[in-house]
Design a protein around this ligand. Structure first.
Ligand code: ATP
Length: 456
């Protein structure tokens, strides 16, 4: 076992969903979990002629818990997510991933299909409610301010990732570009607006700040209506994208400070362009072609260095304004005495993992015929999921170089692996108990056990 930093631990849980009506007649996979120290190992087998080589399989002791089909979303929330809430209210971060085959219950678990009933709401909504409850009681006890500008609320952002494009669900599913900045950070850049005076405003991914749970629930419901449901032959409501939902503790001052950075950046664009244009113009006028065709100094023109310097000095003023605005964001983030501002929870509903399942299907009858487009998407999804496992492995081992660049998914998750509170992040491997899904379930459990082995 590596000499690992126990801050970086991601627990893996297995969640069996109930059989659906059409699966009942086909029968169920045999499964048994056994506790080994603080983990569990899971054995599965299937007794069926038609499944040919559906051999029994036993995992290593890689799972933190195995949740039975009767466990509802409220139970899953209490056992996996609720323990992280106090850390978030101290300004730390945590990540929750749902991994599994199409139709195994990832969306049911993370996002939920019911927004009202406590036992059915998804983990992200249950977490939002708990965050609001905690903030309300802190205010009632006089431990948090009621001042309008500093009053804490919860901001959320929501996007889908398909190949290397993000779609902002808070902004009409607008396409966003994923770029690595000079600072090594990944930026998701939305709409570009041309403003007066040559200003160019590049909007970041939208964040909706909410001050009550009811308003967050309403906003979330509306934005989830924009989710793409694809054409997967496995599960006709299948999402062929990864959905990433971020909750963050915010206040109005923070929202305004971030907006100011975008404004200052837009003001810098024309000034920076002017400085570049002046420099190019002066340099161009300062040279000429000789009779031999070589570039030589133009004796009739003296480069106006003062003009160049003045333009550069003006640019420096605007750069300093951007820096000051960024500095102000940091100041605001640290202005909450209890350090609650900026605490984050990230929920990732990973796209269906059927590519691996298809490869692992035991016989031709079980293989699902995919269209060429589905095959290409599935290959990208598979690359993303393998990259995620590699990132979790390197992050857990506290390696100096974590391979975030392996895929667009790991690039956009990079910032969420930094500053994560020890032991609060988790992966939930959702699996179907239907015999007909044995190959898919086996593949999901194998992936989950690999992640659980490298990250515990
Ligand atoms: N634990 C559960 N309890 C009750 N119903 C469930 C459970 N898990 C899943 N379901 C139901 O099974 C169906 C498929 O689940 P879901 O859409 O969450 O799958 P998924 O893994 O997100 O699939 P995809 O990757 O194709 O989007 C839904 O109707 C969902 O409500």
């Amino acid at each position: 076992m590596s000499n690992k930093n126990h801050q970086n631990t991601l627990h893996v849980h297995v969640r069996w969903r109930p059989l659906n009506e059409s699966e009942v007649a086909g029968g169920q996979i045999e499964q048994q979990s056994t506790a080994v120290n603080t983990s569990s190992l899971l054995s599965i087998s299937v007794n069926s002629q038609s499944l040919g080589n559906g051999r029994p399989w036993t995992s290593p002791p890689a799972f933190q818990a195995v949740l039975e089909p009767q466990a509802d979303n409220a139970y899953v929330y209490e056992s996996i997510v609720a323990p992280a809430i106090p850390k978030i209210l101290e300004g730390e971060s945590c990540n929750f991933f749902a991994y599994g085959h199409s139709g195994s219950g990832k969306t049911h678990t993370v996002i939920g299909y019911d927004y009202e009933e406590d036992s059915k709401v998804g983990l992200c909504l249950a977490a939002s409610q708990r965050l609001f409850d905690s903030l309300n009681s802190l205010r009632a006890n006089g431990r948090e301010t009621d001042d309008d500008k500093c009053r804490l609320g919860v901001g959320f952002s929501l996007f889908e990732l398909r190949k290397n494009t993000a779609f902002d669900l808070l902004n009409g599913r607008k396409q966003c570009h994923i770029r690595e900045g000079a600072d090594g950070k990944t930026h998701i850049r939305g709409q570009t607006e041309l403003l007066d005076g040559g200003r160019v405003r590049v909007q970041p991914l939208a964040q909706r700040a909410c001050w009550t749970f009811d308003s967050l629930r309403e906003e979330l419901k509306q934005s989830l209506g924009q989710r793409a449901v694809g054409s997967s032959t496995v599960h006709n409501q299948s999402s062929r994208t990864h959905a990433v939902l971020k909750l963050e503790v915010v206040n109005r001052r923070l929202v305004e400070a971030r907006r100011a950075v975008v404004e200052r950046e837009s003001e810098l664009v024309p000034v920076g362009k002017r400085a570049t244009d002046i420099a190019i113009e002066e340099q161009t006028r300062g040279v000429m072609k000789s009779a031999e065709g070589a570039w030589v100094a133009n004796p009739d023109y003296r480069v106006n260095q003062q003009r160049i310097d003045e333009a550069l000095a003006e640019k420096a003023i605007y750069e300093a304004r951007v820096e000051a605005a960024e500095q102000h964001v940091s100041t605001v983030l640290s202005s909450n005495e209890a350090g609650r501002l900026g605490g984050k929870m990230v929920f990732v509903d990973l796209a269906g993992a059927e590519y691996q399942a298809e490869k692992g299907a035991q016989n031709v009858k079980q293989r699902v015929k995919q269209t060429p487009q589905e095959r290409q998407e599935a290959r990208q999804i598979n690359t993303d999921l393998l990259a995620l496992k590699e990132v979790i492995r390197a992050w857990s081992a506290d390696e100096a170089r974590i391979p975030f660049r392996l895929s667009p998914l790991t690039m956009v998750l990079r910032e969420h692996f930094v500053g994560v509170a020890g032991g609060t992040s988790a992966m939930i491997v959702t699996v179907s108990p239907a015999k007909s899904q044995y190959a898919a379930t086996l593949n999901s459990l194998k992936y989950g056990s690999l992640v659980g082995t490298v990250s515990s």
